[in-house]
Design a binder for this molecule. Structure first.
Ligand code: GDP
Ligand code: MG
Length: 163
């Protein structure tokens, strides 16, 4: 499948919104490839001269908080295994949760490039809030709004450098 970019993070941070945006122009191919497994969607994306596969993780069916966490953890481990680069998405409007800290801990132990993305930075007022995510110890923070698309270019410029 060539280069693979996995989007991981807890529910509701905006992973699918970013995935849809990145794979928008390749809708037919997304539809063909989705449903490979219930928990993961694969789609093709391109940025400048690079084409790559994006994996949207999530869509878990879980009936308890514990099972939920186990499912997310498993997705992160699979992403570490098979992705070229990992987008770790967090939500600037809620700030850091325990689950975010858990995921960050797993990602710190991996050797794959990790891009911490602070999503829902819909306006400049929220930009300062994104600095809290430096505490993950995972390097640079990419502030973006998956909804408007602002900031996604800067992220993708750096992601494709890892290919
Ligand atoms: P996922 O569970 O991580 O896949 O998150 P979704 O992509 O389903 O998004 C969860 C909610 O956050 C939805 O209501 C989205 O419309 C909203 N959302 C996603 N991205 C943004 C964003 O950049 N700004 C704002 N304000 N809301 C967003
Ligand atoms: Mg989703």
């Amino acid at each position: 499948m060539g280069n693979i970019v996995a989007i991981v993070g807890r529910p509701n941070v905006g992973k699918s919104t970013l995935y849809n945006r990145l794979t928008e122009t390749r809708k037919a191919i997304v539809d063909d490839m989705s449903g490979v497994t219930r928990d993961r969607h694969y789609g093709l994306a391109e940025w400048t001269d690079k084409t790559f596969t994006v994996i949207d993780t999530g869509g878990y069916v879980a009936n308890s908080e514990d099972i939920f966490e186990i499912a997310i953890r498993e997705q992160v481990l699979i992403a570490i295994e098979e992705a070229t680069a990992i987008i770790f998405m967090v939500d600037v409007t809620t700030g850091i949760t325990d689950l975010d800290d858990d995921i960050a801990g797993i990602l710190r132990r991996s050797k794959k490039p990790v891009f911490v993305t602070a999503n829902k930075v819909d306006n400049n007022m929220l930009l300062a809030e994104a600095a809290q995510f430096y505490s993950f110890g995972l390097g640079e923070i990419y502030s973006l709004s998956s909804m408007t698309g602002s900031g996604t270019g800067e992220l993708l410029d750096d992601v494709i450098k890892t290919f």
